[in-house]
Design a protein around this ligand. Structure first.
Ligand code: AMP
Length: 356
């Protein structure tokens, strides 16, 4: 295990709110973050020590970035893996690139979970429009079409009922290789949040109960209701097997449906996750701090709850405009990500409340 002393530079690929919260956590431990992102108005760069604004494929920018960093991580699972080959002998990358390869492809991801003994929704590959009927015959109705790559927060998805115009759905999801996925009948959604250190130690945070609206996370609550706790051991066992098989380092999030037959694996994020934002105030050590600790080879912090219960609400679009009202409750922990424009569906911030 290589320990990086405070004062070292942590490179983060991706410039959104996750990079911003990682930079804040890193700064608290005395590290400097160097953000690498294509967007000029990166909200992570606004709180970081250095910023390279360049495309991921720009080797003239990527190589000096790697030279300037003591370790590199990422906050966005769609960072293209190809260019990372250029820097792999220059600097350690945590989590490993293999985790990105798996998470960027829904088929790989599901097969990986199945290979580790997990259960997924039934699915069939749809390479083009002509495959759609046969795929839906396999999964049954209702179903969801999800693009194999680049889908998140419900984007690149269409819900399909019997009798729908399939060509329209195919058009709406961008006519890209996709899967048809059978609809899972579930009572609750939850995520397993774990951190794995360079020495292989794994710690779990309390399992949050997640409520989505329009395919976007709206609320996470911990501790979760008993119905989720009854499925926690099986879900954690799968998540830790997956982490071990990838020789993973850092925070890993696996999302599940709580069905009558046990936990159904939906997807993984090889990074800190929105359903773990409550850990900033609601856990002894936040997901952001433990990610930094793991990639820097420091001892992991306590993941226990810091209150009897915690609730995190996302502020989507115009909901963030209520910041004054939210601050009028002195127990609210308000986080705004510094994004200029509050477009519909855009994650602008979140608010966390602890109950003692
Ligand atoms: P995803 O992008 O796969 O995380 O999907 C976003 C949200 O859509 C999930 O959190 C669920 O609320 C819902 N969803 C996705 N897949 C399924 C499924 N197979 N059955 C039922 N609901 C789903």
């Amino acid at each position: 295990m290589k320990t990086l002393p405070p004062g070292s530079t942590i490179g983060i690929l991706g410039g959104g709110q996750l990079g911003r919260m990682l930079s804040v956590a890193a700064a608290q431990l005395g590290y400097h973050c160097h953000i690498y992102a294509p967007e000029k108005d990166s909200v992570a760069a606004k709180v970081a020590a250095a910023f390279t604004c360049a495309e991921y494929y720009d080797s003239d920018a990527l190589i000096p970035f790697a030279e300037a960093c003591d370790v590199v991580s990422y906050e966005f699972e769609n960072v293209p893996v190809g260019p990372l080959g250029l820097i792999k002998d220059m600097v350690s990358l945590f989590p490993p690139a293999s985790a990105l390869n798996i998470a960027q492809d829904r088929v790989e991801e599901k097969n990986y979970a199945l290979a580790q003994g997990g259960v997924t929704a039934p699915f069939a590959i749809v390479n083009d429009r002509g495959d759609l009927e046969a795929a839906l015959d396999k999964t049954g109705y209702p179903a969801i079409i999800k693009t194999i790559r680049m889908g998140y927060d419900g984007k690149g998805q269409a819900r399909v009922k019997q009798g729908d115009n399939l060509s329209q759905h195919w058009h709406d999801t961008g006519r890209k290789p996709a899967i048809a996925e059978g609809f899972v009948s579930f009572s609750h959604e939850f995520s397993v949040l774990l951190v794995r250190g360079q020495d292989g130690e794994i710690r779990f945070w309390n399992t949050p109960h997640n409520v989505h609206e329009d395919g976007i996370l709206a609320v996470s609550t911990a501790p979760a209701p008993q119905i989720i706790l009854d499925q926690e051991d099986a879900a954690r066992a799968l998540a830790s097997k997956m982490a071990e098989a990838m020789d993973y380092v850092g925070v890993l999030t696996c999302e599940f449906f709580a069905s009558d037959d046990g936990p159904v694996f939906n997807e993984m994020a090889p990074r800190v996750h929105n359903s773990g934002h409550w850990t900033i105030e609601g856990a002894v050590t936040s997901q952001f701090e433990n990610h930094i600790r793991a990639i820097c080879g420091l001892p992991l912090g306590d993941t226990g709850l810091a209150a009897k219960s915690v609730e995190m609400h996302n502020l989507i679009g115009a909901q963030a405009d209520n910041w004054q009202e939210l601050l009028s409750d002195g127990a609210n922990h308000l986080h705004l990500y510094g994004k200029g424009e509050s477009r519909p569906g855009r994650k602008m911030g979140h608010v966390t409340k602890l109950y003692f």
